[in-house]
Write a protein that binds this ligand. Structure first.
Ligand code: G3H
Ligand code: 13P
Ligand code: ZN
Length: 283
């Protein structure tokens, strides 16, 4: 069933586990996510980035996710990932999305608060939950010094003020992860996470979680992360299977015989994440 993001994340926050938020932009990725959730009896968040919306078209991707989610027997939220454009967020609300992220993290704190508060007011009036971001979660390609890295992380006191003044439902924080494949091993600032959870006592979100070692994920969940964003690991599972399949079978030409096995490979990765995050069996 299709539910709001806060319905899924409030339970995760109270019971101390995390729910995976997996990016989709087509039918097969969406099927892989929904089937993984059904097979592990896990709640799940299916999210689409602005790039994903541009690729698939909002009507088509909304219809695919909503149709599969409504048929499913586990709770599923349809979420806009890193919404930066006001009109795009409004379109998602009009198309029946149950969660949106307003990412105004590149602006100074005051402006991030103002922009986030405006979206919270509108989305809440329509019964839709909201994620926002404070601190800067960069890409792995960013060349930053240790001091810059420290400065980009979420300040716990600022996060408290941000949460109070915006009324946001769940908050993405910067504690050392980055989007895309890591070059070295990511170092997470667990003390910072602990302090933020103690102060805010609300659902927290970890972005850029692909490639983060399992032990670090488990620790982050134990310290209060409740939504974990995964895109790259699923993309890589798809592509690795595709390369192998085309290499092994030079005769295949039916897209279903190519994309079917790729979907299974994505599903396996997603199921492993659901077990690792502690959401399996919670639906
Ligand atoms: O946070 C970024 C997500 O992985 C989406 O990436 O903008 O390439 O769709 P994208
Ligand atoms: P990864 O691609 O690094 O898993 O990041 C996903 C993400 O944070 C989407 O918002
Ligand atoms: Zn992200």
């Amino acid at each position: 069933m299709l539910v709001t993001g806060i319905e899924i994340l409030e339970k995760a926050h109270k019971e101390g586990y995390a729910v995976g938020a997996f990016n989709t932009s087509n039918l097969e990725i969406t099927q892989a996510i929904v089937e993984a959730a059904e097979e592990t009896r896990s709640p799940v968040i299916i999210q689409v980035s602005e790039g994903g919306l541009k690729y698939a078209g909002i009507e088509a991707i909304s219809a695919i996710v909503r149709t599969l989610a409504e048929k499913a027997t586990v709770p599923i939220a349809l979420h806009l990932d890193h919404g930066t454009d006001f009109n795009t967020i409004m379109k998602c609300l009009r198309n029946g999305w149950t969660s949106v992220m307003i990412d105004a993290s590149k602006f100074p704190l005051e402006e991030n608060i103002q922009r986030t508060r405006k979206i919270v007011e509108i989305a809440h009036s329509m019964g839709v939950s909201v994620e926002a971001e404070i601190g800067k979660i960069g890409g792995t390609e960013d060349h930053i010094t240790v001091d810059e890295r420290e400065a980009s992380m979420t300040d716990p006191e600022e996060a408290l003020r941000f949460a109070k003044e915006t009324g946001v439902d769940y908050l993405a924080i910067a504690i050392g992860t980055a989007h895309g494949p890591y070059k070295g091993e990511p170092k997470l600032d667990f003390e910072r996470l602990k302090r933020i959870k103690e102060l805010l006592n609300m659902p927290l979100v970890l972005h850029g979680a692909s490639g983060v070692p399992e032990e670090a994920i488990k620790k982050a969940v134990s310290l209060g992360i409740n939504k974990i964003n995964i895109d790259t690991d699923v993309r890589q599972a798809f592509t690795a299977r595709l390369r192998r399949l085309l290499e092994e079978d030079k005769e295949v030409y039916d897209p279903r015989k190519i994309l079917g096995p790729c979907k299974e490979a994505m599903k396996e990765v997603i199921k492993q994440k659901m077990i690792l995050f502690g959401s399996s069996g919670k639906a």
